[in-house]
Design a protein around this ligand. Structure first.
Ligand code: F3S
Length: 394
């Protein structure tokens, strides 16, 4: 792999130990994937935050690299942590877990990774331009950045995204190259999509195409909230990092669909079948978890509208970023949700929080990604359905 003189010096430790260690990771990946060289990045998004998923080994690594005075060189935001950093006690998380979690977030903060703790960084200002090279690691955000923003990123791991943030560079392979951004499969959807249909579609296609690059022909125009659910599902049942939608996404005209060899046709019956496939029980959920990926202000408004002057019989968490939570409080949505018995939870989510340590058995979700992950990662039963069907209201 070709390195510039400056990059060689970075590898040799002339710019400090943190950059040397980070370059080691980037160059190793570049060698594995036969990159021609490195590219400068304009943005990073770093996963590997929850103490539940990275444990003591991850905590020690982060504290060690932070102690080398590592600093990010490009705007970098952080994925959700394992707790709501302010209200962890009220939600029932243990002090021990929370202390470890706080240390992880502090280590990232020392390196100037913005501790916004959200998987929807594109809703809070980390919005790279079309064609820019970036290093993002949250799989749903990677799908969004490549597909909706037209930025270029591979599915980085947490350590490689952090290394890229510290060096301001990543290896030039995979989705950074134009020839790897073409479609290989057409998906024609025969019905109008509404509610969780977008998630169900993503789940079905992700399972089918694995790492493919589907090109969707839809009957209706989606909104951003639909697309974040579609991409999250594609990236979780498969490993889709890039998709195109005819007439919608920025690179659909360059995607060369006429050369795609395969075509899938999807109808409403198949979409409806996903509810049954992903639900592990028909029992009533004792906790409803919304906001996977983290909710937008518009989604919070929708929940507030449904809950106004009602009382919830089941618990409800609406997961979002600290930014949306503050905006929702100003708009009065947070109060409506709390008066109905729900909670706006920020910094974390139903998958990366140790929710299995709380007293819940059945989690209701309207996200195919969450439904896919909760049984395995949390060991709990799950019901996957549209929001109105999940709610039990007085
Ligand atoms: Fe985000 Fe957690 Fe879902 S990180 S995409 S809310 S599993």
């Amino acid at each position: 792999m070709h390195l510039t003189r400056q990059e060689e010096k970075m590898c040799q430790g002339e710019y400090g130990e943190a950059i040397r260690k980070s370059m080691e990771i980037i160059v190793a990946l570049g060698d594995i994937y036969q990159a021609g060289g490195l590219v400068n990045i304009t943005s990073a998004q770093v996963s590997g935050v929850s103490y539940k998923t990275i444990g003591d080994a991850g905590l020690e690594y982060l504290e060690e690299i932070a102690s080398c005075r590592a600093k990010t060189r490009v705007p970098s935001t952080l994925n959700p942590a394992g707790i709501d950093l302010e209200n962890w006690e009220k939600l029932g998380f243990s002090a021990e877990f929370s202390q470890h979690q706080q240390r992880i977030v502090e280590a990232y903060g020392k390196m100037d990774v913005m501790t916004t703790c959200t998987c929807t960084p594109y809703l809070i200002g980390n919005v790279p331009l079309k064609g820019s090279h970036i290093a993002w690691s949250e799989s749903s955000a990677v799908a969004y950045a490549n597909s909706i923003l037209g930025a270029r990123t591979n599915r980085e791991g947490g350590p490689s995204a952090l290394a890229a943030a510290i060096c301001g560079k990543t290896a030039d392979y995979g989705y950074h190259l134009s020839q790897n951004r073409l479609t290989d499969l057409i998906v024609e959807v025969k019905c109008d999509l509404k509610g969780i249909d977008y998630d169900s579609l993503g789940y079905l296609i992700g399972k089918n195409v694995k790492e493919g690059r589907p090109y969707f022909k839809l009957k209706n125009r989606p909104i951003i909230d639909n697309l974040k659910g579609l991409g999250a599902a594609l990236a979780s049942s498969g490993a889709v990092a890039l998709y195109h939608i005819e007439g919608i996404t920025p690179e659909y005209q360059d995607a060369a669909p006429e050369e795609a060899e395969d075509k899938i046709i999807i109808d409403q019956v198949e979409l409806d079948s996903v509810k049954k496939e992903l639900s592990t029980t028909t029992d009533t959920p004792d906790l409803i978890c919304l906001g996977c990926p983290h909710a937008s202000l518009e989604e919070i408004r929708y929940v507030a509208e449904i809950l106004e002057n009602k009382t919830l019989k089941n618990d409800l968490w609406l997961c979002t970023s600290i930014n949306m939570k503050h905006a929702a409080a100003r708009m009065g949505y947070a109060q409506i949700i709390e008066e109905a018995g729900g909670k706006l939870v920020f910094d974390t989510c139903m998958v990366v929080a140790p929710i299995e340590e709380l007293d819940y058995k059945v989690i209701g979700v309207n996200s195919a990604k969450a439904a896919n992950y909760v049984p395995n990662l949390c060991g709990l039963e799950v019901v996957y359905d549209d929001l109105p069907a999940l709610l039990d209201l007085n």
